[in-house]
Design a protein around this ligand. Structure first.
Ligand SMILES: Nc1ncnc2c1ncn2[C@@H]1O[C@H](COP(=O)(O)OP(=O)(O)O)[C@@H](O)[C@H]1O
Ligand code: SF4
Ligand SMILES: [Mg+2]
Length: 405
């Protein structure tokens, strides 16, 4: 097992807040109040760069993750959102090195000064649970039905050689208590005696046992009724406060993202198409797919995305969203590059794109590339505004992969 490269994070929200305070001075013009905590997301703890994962199958090669890049900062919640089948869980499995044998991955997953893709199984076993923990979807199926709740949670410490059985059980009891399951008799019960919500808390308790720096929660609310899902969201928030860990929240549910995430990365057909602060992305989505995804929400009119999800074995050439995109133009048959947008720039560009959207399709097609049109308009009308200062912190950056920007 490899040694931890950083000390465990204290499991106390007050201590965490106190520890975080000095960093505020680094941030120019940081807003007061709860915003301060959100702005303290400066230390990068995980960096994915150009991660690609392919599966060889009898039906052909599945490009499940295609050049995926994003970072996770300390103490933040990053949501990875997108339709079912777009590659979210594959990214999580790649980070944990839990991909099946028919998978080939390349790129870089930098964590603690190492590329996780280069680690052997023994080293990776030391990372899993201790430094990066994962909570799988459907806790009732993930838990072992013939092992008591107490032993399952305690196992995390024992497997990593951190404590003996009785000490581990004591710690498990303490963690469960903080999650609202303080009755000691619960430790001797089995998962089938628990409700779905209680089992979810057992999974969370297991993830918290070793104070990992990152917790990945893969579709924590999928298949739950709305009351249990709402409870799970509260548990997730509590989990973050208790642990001080960063959370990578994987979901197909934008409403969940809005309620919990600091930043959001939008994934489509194996690619990340947009990344930005949650509030900005929800208020002004830049990528046409992000817009379409949000328009599916009931409060935004329940508009389904036209067309079907693309094939992962034979994806569309160029921009993979182009067959479904109302904004496509001739240039979209080539693949766009991910572009970093300054705040002033994206606010300006989004207005222009909205203006392009209001023109008819015929009008748009007349312009050889609407991109050129947007670019020209940007130069002429907005040069002054673009000179204003970009106040974005590193974690406040916005990135978008679309020819419109
Ligand atoms: N073991 C596997 N073999 C072949 N294809 C797989 C395997 N696991 C996942 N895939 C494919 O990879 C794509 C992404 O899957 P996944 O990450 O599970 O999607 P999501 O979590 O976004 O719903 C899907 O097309 C899925 O069929
Ligand atoms: S690159 Fe073109 S097709 Fe793709 S999302 Fe942007 S406008 Fe639409
Ligand atoms: Mg999944």
């Amino acid at each position: 097992m490899i040694p931890l490269t950083t000390p465990a994070v204290p499991a106390d929200s007050a201590i965490l807040a106190a520890l975080a305070i000095p960093a505020v001075s680094d941030i120019p013009a940081a807003p007061a109040g709860p915003e301060i905590r959100k702005k303290i997301q400066k230390t990068k703890i995980l960096q994915l760069s150009g991660l690609s994962v392919q599966f060889e199958t009898s039906l052909g090669r599945v490009q499940a993750a295609d050049n995926v890049s994003f970072e996770i900062f300390e103490n933040e919640t990053l949501a990875l959102v997108g339709e079912t089948g777009c590659g979210k869980s594959v990214v999580a499995s790649a980070i944990m090195q839990l991909l099946p044998k028919n998978a080939k991955s390349k790129g870089n997953i930098e964590f603690g000064g190492r590329n996780l893709l280069d680690l052997g199984e023994e080293e990776m076993a030391g990372v899993r649970g201790a430094e990066i923990a994962i909570i799988f979807q459907n806790p009732s199926l993930s838990l072992n039905p013939v092992v008591t709740i107490g032993d399952q949670i305690a196992e995390m410490l024992q497997v990593h050689g951190k404590a003996g059985r009785s000490q581990s059980i004591e710690k498990a009891a303490g963690v469960l208590q903080r999650l609202g399951l303080g009755e000691r008799s619960l430790l001797k019960m089995y998962p089938f005696q628990f409700s779905g919500g209680m089992n979810q808390r057992v999974m969370i308790a297991s993830a918290l046992m070793l104070s990992p720096r990152i917790i990945i929660a893969d579709e924590p609310t999928k298949g739950l009724d709305s009351a249990t899902a709402a409870g799970t969201v509260q548990e997730m928030k509590k989990m973050k406060d208790l642990s001080g860990a960063s959370l990578l929240l994987i979901t197909h549910d934008p409403a969940l993202v809005e309620s919990i995430a600091d930043r959001v990365a939008v994934m489509y057909c194996g690619e990340v198409l947009e990344i930005g602060p949650c509030r900005d992305v929800f208020q002004k989505p830049l990528h046409p797919y992000t817009k379409a995804l949000l328009d599916c929400l009931p409060e935004r009119g329940l508009h389904p995305i036209p067309g079907a999800s693309p094939s992962m074995t034979n994806p569309p050439q160029g921009c993979k969203f182009h067959p479904r995109c109302p904004m496509r133009c001739t240039k979209c048959s080539q693949s766009p590059l991910m572009k970093r947008m300054k705040r002033t720039e994206w606010m300006t560009q989004v207005e222009l794109v909205e203006r392009v959207e209001r023109t008819t399709q015929a009008e748009r097609e007349e312009r050889t590339t609407q991109v050129e049109w947007v670019e020209r308009a940007t130069q002429v009308e907005c040069v002054e505004r673009m000179k204003t200062v970009d106040l974005g912190t590193p974690s406040g950056e916005r990135w978008v992969k679309c020819w419109l920007y």
